[in-house]
Design a protein around this ligand. Structure first.
Ligand code: HEC
Length: 420
C-alpha cells in the first residue's frame, strides 16, 4: 500500500497543495498517533460556519475524547508487548485501556466513535438537533448528497444508542431531525448522486480490468447487514484469466462443498453506500458511496510481496473513505480520486466486535482477512467464499441495494418503537 500511497499523495500535492495542508493538520501524521484527529483542528463538514447546527451535531457525535476499552498491540507504542505475544501478537494482542490511553478519536471518516453521552453532552446534542430546522434545514435539503449523508450520521448514532442501551432520551430528537432531512424518493434515486463507479477502479489501480469485475451476492455477516450498518454493500470479484477454475466454476465448487482455491492475483472491490430515509418514511438505497475497499491476493510464495502486503501474509488492501467536507466542497461531484486513502498504519477506533478498540487499520483488517494462523487458510483472506456465505453471481445490480432497504426497514421499525 505504501508506495502507491506516496505516488497518489504526490499527485494530490501537485494539484491541491492547500487541501493537503488542511488535511495534514487534521489527521495526525506522526507515527505514534498516525491517523487520529489532531486535537484543536477545525472540522467544517456541513458548512463554513463552525457554529452551524449540523457542524455542532458532527462535533458532538463524530468525536470522543476517552479511554478506549481495548488497545491493540499493533500500535507503535505496544511493539514490545506484540513481540512478547508471539508471531500473531500484532493482530491478536490487546490489553484493556487505562488512563494513559486516553485520546481524541473520530473525525470526518467512516467509523462512528461515540458510545454514549454525558448529561451535558446530551443536552448540547439535543439543542443542536433542535436547531437543525427552519433555514438551517432548507439549505441542507437543497444539497441532496449532503442531506442524505447527514441523515445517515444521525440514524447511525440512533442505531448505536439502541445497541449500547444509552441515552434513550436522544432517540426521538435524532429520529425527528432525520425525518426533517428526508427527501422525496425521486430525488434520492438520482444517479447524479453517484460518487464512485466500478469503472473508476482502474484509475487508481491500472491492472484492474473493470469489464472483468463480476458482482457477487452473498449472505452477509452482521458487519455488512444494513440493519446494523445502515449502508448497502456490494462486492465485485476479478478472477485472473490464468486461474485453473474460472470464477463461475469456483463458485459452483464452493456451493458443492469443495474448498475454494483462490488464484494469486484475485481481486475484490467492496463498496458501501448510504441508505436514506425518504419523505414517506421508506428506505431508499442511494448511489452515494462513502467507503471503497480494494483487495488483492498477493499469495505467500513471493515472500517479499507477502511481507509488504497489508496482512503481511499475502492479502493487500487499499481503503478509501469519502469525507463529508470533500463532498460539500465539490458539490457532490466526486470520483474515487477525491476520497481519502487511508494508510496501513493509520489508527482508528474500531468496534467491529462491539467493543471500542484503538488499533491500526491493517491489524483490524488482518483479524478477519489473514491467510496464516487461521482454521480456513483456503479462503486466502476472502471470507465471502465461505460455503455458508453462499457466494453467487449477482442476479441484478439492484439486488444488494434492495436487500439493504429491507434490512434498514427492520432497523427503522425498531427505532420508531424505541423513540415513542
Ligand atoms: C470482524 C471481521 C472483519 C473485519 C475486522 C474486516 N472484515 Fe472485511 N469482511 C469480513 C467478512 C465476514 C466478509 C465477507 C462478506 C460479507 O460478510 O458480506 C468481508 C469482506 C470483505 C471484502 C470483500 C471480499 C472478501 O470476502 O474478502 C473486502 C474487500 C473487505 N472485507 C475489506 C476489509 C478491510 C479493508 C478491512 C479493514 C478495514 C476489513 N475488511 C475488516 C469480515 C471482516
Amino acid at each position: 500500500m505504501g508506495e502507491r500511497f506516496t505516488s497518489i499523495l504526490a499527485a494530490v500535492l501537485a494539484g491541491a497543495a492547500m487541501c493537503v495542508a488542511t488535511a495534514q493538520q487534521r489527521w495526525i501524521a506522526s507515527l505514534s498517533d498516525r491517523g487520529l484527529p489532531a486535537p484543536g483542528a477545525r472540522w467544517l463538514p456541513w458548512s463554513d460556519d463552525e457554529r452551524h447546527p449540523a457542524n455542532r451535531v458532527f462535533q458532538l457525535t463524530f468525536f470522543v475524547d476517552f479511554v478506549p476499552a481495548e488497545v491493540g498491540f499493533a500500535l507503535p507504542a505496544e511493539s514490545t508487548r506484540a513481540a512478547e505475544h508471539g508471531p500473531d501478537g500484532r493482530y491478536f494482542g490487546k490489553r484493556a485501556g487505562g488512563p494513559a490511553d486516553r485520546r481524541l478519536f473520530g473525525g470526518d471518516g467512516l467509523q462512528l466513535p461515540r458510545e454514549s453521552f454525558s448529561e451535558s453532552e446530551a443536552k448540547a446534542l439535543r439543542d443542536a438537533l433542535d436547531a437543525l430546522s427552519g433555514d438551517a434545514i432548507l439549505s441542507l435539503r437543497a444539497e441532496t448528497a449532503a442531506c442524505a449523508f447527514l441523515q445517515c450520521d444521525l440514524l447511525r448514532m440512533a442505531r448505536r444508542l439502541l445497541d449500547t442501551g444509552s441515552n434513550p432520551e436522544l432517540l426521538a430528537p435524532l429520529l425527528q431531525a432525520a425525518r426533517r432531512l428526508a427527501l422525496p424518493r425521486a430525488t434520492l434515486s438520482d444517479h447524479e448522486l453517484s460518487t464512485f463507479s466500478i469503472a473508476q477502479a482502474a484509475t487508481i489501480e491500472p491492472e484492474i480490468e473493470p469489464s472483468r469485475l463480476v458482482e457477487i451476492e452473498r449472505r452477509s455477516t452482521r458487519l455488512f447487514d444494513a440493519e446494523h450498518s445502515l449502508l448497502w454493500s456490494r462486492v465485485f470479484l476479478e478472477w485472473p484469466t490464468t486461474a485453473t477454475r474460472q470464477l463461475r466454476e469456483e463458485l459452483a465448487a464452493v456451493a458443492a462443498g469443495e474448498k475454494p482455491s483462490v488464484p494469486v492475483g484475485a481481486r475484490a472491490i467492496l463498496i458501501q453506500g448510504i441508505v436514506a430515509l425518504d419523505d414517506q418514511g421508506k428506505p431508499c438505497a442511494t448511489d452515494l458511496a462513502i467507503d471503497v475497499r480494494l483487495q488483492r491476493f498477493v499469495g505467500a510464495l513471493d515472500a517479499l510481496a507477502a511481507a509488504a502486503s497489508t496482512t503481511r501474509d499475502g492479502v493487500d488492501f487499499r481503503v478509501f473513505w469519502l469525507e463529508r467536507e470533500t463532498l460539500r466542497r465539490l458539490a457532490g461531484k466526486t470520483t474515487i480520486a477525491d476520497f481519502r486513502e487511508l494508510h496501513d498504519d493509520d489508527q482508528v477506533l474500531f468496534r467491529d466486535y462491539g467493543t471500542p478498540k484503538h488499533t491500526t487499520l491493517s491489524a483490524q483488517c488482518t483479524l478477519c482477512h489473514r491467510t496464516s494462523g487461521t482454521p480456513e487458510p483456503e479462503l486466502a483472506g476472502f471470507p465471502l467464499l465461505r460455503k455458508h456465505a453462499q457466494p453467487r453471481i449477482a442476479s441484478s445490480p439492484r439486488a444488494r441495494m434492495e436487500l439493504a432497504e429491507r434490512q434498514f426497514a427492520t432497523f427503522f421499525a425498531e427505532l420508531e418503537a424505541a423513540a415513542k
